[in-house]
Design a protein around this ligand. Structure first.
Ligand code: BGC
Length: 749
């Protein structure tokens, strides 16, 4: 078994720091014997965050500096430090320095909503998962996503978010695929940038994770990922580069795995050469929970902060500083970065005040984003939308659709109000890796939307019985789920629990079968051409059912597009078989597992030799047919594309026209791809821009885009720099990566 930090029961953290005062006083400088205190100079908001941080650092003792470099344990693991009593119950807590007016950092996981509500007796909204958010391709929705999370964090007393996952889906069986934003660096980077902007605008420290290449959960504490520099810079790291550039997110969490030999959290290339130097990142790097493996080496490589305890960045670090192993300037830089981030994000000037989470407001945002993120994958003979006034009877089948919709697990898990919806009332406590359903019932939502129809439910456990119910109805809607979580990977991309057979059995007896998928990763669909309609609803969040019903009945015209390819089978993946760790490279639930992890488990190798060919770039280059391509998604109306014009220049301008040729208003995600010159040695094409265009029936709009030169460049490893390769570029425009009716070639110098 692959041990997870959250499943540890024993106290895994060593502590040795003196107790700092816990009450937070206003920031006044003590001026010797003078009685009149004046506000501390760093509270002058006219100064820059850097100036303010420098002023504080000058005043700090060594112990105070060390206290900022590490957490104090995890609340959920029990009292591990006397200091942790002031923790707000989140995943991380860094003590305050009352003497200097520096507040504590209260961190909470917040991938698709604020975590740990259950154990803290609080409430949080579950948004659609992160992959769903990416499927909206909607930058405003992404901003709203972040803003909502941050409002709820603040209401609960947190000032730092641990969300913002953007590991590219090199391995779609990764159990955290739902926490990430798909397979394309430009889409993931731009979307996470908006999420972070939305968060930080509420005065919460934003964090992007897991840097980098933590693309499978199996053996994540041991695995050594081998990848060439060009491929990582142009793919996996580019997503972070764009996300940080767009948002100035204040924190980056380094990941558990090794990259080309060194742990990500002590990898000088990743942390210093690329992140801090090349991208000029001014924030701080914190380790994933128990992703720190040294003091001096990690510090020199650029790790600023250890979580969740102080195995290396407490006493050991203090001694290393005192003995000169870690230079004082290096220590000060870590401290400066943390304080700077606190000033820059506003958590010092505008600390959170606890209040009641806006439940109704959360529902509204969750539903709106769900409506924008549900992808219509198939709609034979325009069976959808259903007409509420015309359908006499509906069979709702499977997926616990009578009570709820499934959610993603692990440290991303948001706790449902009332507990797990599939458990008897009062028995729904959420536990690590339990399969959790949110109380958003598709059955109820469908009944409410089609009040005149006779809507019956069958759990789908007995396939023949389900098919018999379907036979009596005008339409069958089958709900199917695939659960996933941190700490595990999927064995394959099939729906679990014989659901493929359930769907096939129902479809055999029913002309009109609609399948609603609740999945965190792509799934294979052996029955795809036997059903009338397929909706991908992902992990749809607190108001998933209402959103699904509104899409099914046409109150919402679907506009989402896939942020990830759905392959035909695992055999078509770059790595048909996921590399599993040898026994020695995993832990097995023993009390001192944390020591083994800290000391370093023996590495095993995963080699991303598909290189630049991530996601659709792989299927394009290998000429493999897919089930549903990247960027694909249907609408209840139709669009045409025309009048492409590409104007080369300092930056490339692209303009084209999109027309809504149907009889319903809708929003079309218009996608622009570029094929680079032959000599660039790139996969056939890459996404370089998109625009979500709102169009009334019959309306036509011109879309103008200025393309970012970075998105057209390659990373030249010899020069250690981005480079625009001179030559012929072909620009392709359309509604999916495989439907690009417009094409124009231009020469770029
Ligand atoms: C996860 C992180 C998470 C942290 C704190 C780790 O196991 O990988 O994503 O933020 O725990 O809960």
């Amino acid at each position: 078994m692959n041990l997870h930090i959250h499943s540890l029961r024993a106290n895994p953290f060593a502590f040795g720091i003196g107790v700092l005062g816990l009450a937070l006083l206003p920031a006044y400088a003590q001026t010797g014997s003078e009685h009149k205190a004046s506000p501390a100079p760093w509270m002058n908001t006219h100064l820059s965050p850097d100036e303010r941080a420098s002023l504080v650092v000058k005043e700090m003792t060594l112990d105070e500096k060390i206290s900022l470099l590490h957490g104090t344990g995890m609340a959920s693991l029990g009292p591990v430090s006397p200091l942790a009593v002031k923790s707000n119950g989140g995943a991380g807590y860094v003590v305050s320095i009352p003497r200097l007016g520096i507040p504590a950092i209260q961190m909470s996981d917040a991938a698709y909503g604020v975590r740990s509500s259950g154990e803290n007796g609080r409430y949080s909204t579950a948004l659609p998962d992160d992959l769903a958010g990416a499927a909206s391709w909607d930058l405003d929705a992404a901003y709203e996503y972040g803003a909502l999370i941050a409002r709820e964090l603040r209401a609960q007393g947190y000032n730092m978010s641990l969300g913002g996952g953007i590991n590219l889906a090199r391995e779609p069986r990764n159990g955290r695929t739902f926490e990430y934003m798909g397979e394309d660096p430009v889409l993931a980077g731009k979307m996470v940038g908006q999420v972070m902007k939305g968060e930080q605008a509420q005065h919460v420290i934003g964090d992007i994770k897991h840097y980098a290449l933590n693309d499978q959960e199996s053996g994540r504490n041991a695995v050594n990922v081998n990848i060439d520099k060009r491929s990582m810079r142009e793919s996996d790291l580019l997503a972070f580069e764009i996300g940080l550039r767009e948002s100035n997110a204040a924190a980056v969490m380094c990941s558990y795995n090794r990259v080309n030999g060194d742990y990500a959290c002590e990898n000088k290339y990743l942390l210093t050469d690329v992140l801090k130097k090349d991208w000029a990142f001014k924030g701080f790097v914190l380790s994933d929970w128990q992703g720190t493996h040294s003091a001096a080496k990690a510090s020199a490589a650029g790790l600023d902060h250890e979580e969740p305890g102080e195995i290396f960045y407490g006493d050991t670090m203090k001694k290393a500083v005192e003995s000169g192993k870690v230079p004082k300037a290096e220590l000060d830089e870590h401290v400066h970065r943390i304080l700077r981030s606190m000033f820059a994000s506003g958590v010092i000037d505008d600390p959170p005040e606890k209040s009641v989470v806006d439940v109704e407001g959360g529902f509204e945002v969750a539903q709106k984003i769900a409506e924008q993120s549900i992808v219509l994958l198939r709609n034979e003979h325009s069976q959808l939308p259903l007409e509420a006034s015309k359908v006499a009877s509906i069979a709702v089948i499977g997926g616990h659709a009578d009570v709820g919709m499934i959610s993603g697990g692990g440290s991303a898990q948001v706790d449902p109000p009332g507990g797990n919806a599939i458990m008897p009332p009062g028995k729904g406590k959420t536990t690590w890796q339990a399969h959790i359903w949110f109380p958003t019932s598709p059955l109820k939502a469908i009944r409410a939307t089609a009040p005149r129809a006779n809507v019956q439910y069958d759990p789908g456990t007995d396939h023949a019985k389900a098919a018999a119910l379907a036979k009596t109805a005008d339409v069958a809607i089958v709900f199917a789920y695939q659960w996933e979580s941190e700490g595990m990977d999927l064995d394959n991309l099939s729906l679990p629990d014989r659901q493929d057979d359930l769907i096939a059995t129902v479809a055999k007896t029913m002309a009109t079968t609609i399948v609603v998928l609740e999945t965190g990763s792509p799934v294979t669909m052996p029955w795809a051409d036997r059903v009338s309609g397929i909706l991908e609803a992902w992990y749809a969040g607190s108001r998933g059912a209402e959103a699904v019903a509104r899409v099914l009945f046409g109150d919402v015209n679907p506009s989402a597009k896939l942020p990830i390819t759905f392959p035909k089978s695992e055999a078509d993946l770059p790595h048909p078989i996921l590399v599993k760790p040898p026994k020695a490279s995993t832990t097995h639930g023993e009390p001192d597992d944390w020591k083994k992890i800290a000391a370093g488990l023996p590495p095993f190798q995963v080699t991303y030799d598909e290189g630049l060919k991530v996601g659709y770039k792989w299927y394009d280059a290998e000429r493999k047919q897919v089930l549903f391509p990247f960027g694909y998604g249907l609408s209840y109306t139709t669009y045409t594309y025309s009048d492409l014009k590409v104007t080369p220049g300092k930056s490339v301008q692209v303009s084209f026209r999109v027309t809504n040729t149907g009889n319903r208003a809708g929003s079309e995600v218009a996608e622009v791809y570029a094929a680079l010159p032959e000599s660039a040695g790139e996969p056939p094409k890459r996404l370089v821009g998109w625009s979500k265009v709102k169009l009334n029936a019959g309306e036509s709009k011109e879309v103008n885009m200025e393309l970012d030169a970075l998105y057209l460049s390659i990373f030249n490893v010899e020069r250690d720099a981005w480079q625009l390769v001179p030559g012929d570029y072909t620009f392709l425009v359309g509604g999916s990566s495989q439907s690009l009716p417009l094409k124009e070639a231009v020469n770029l110098k």
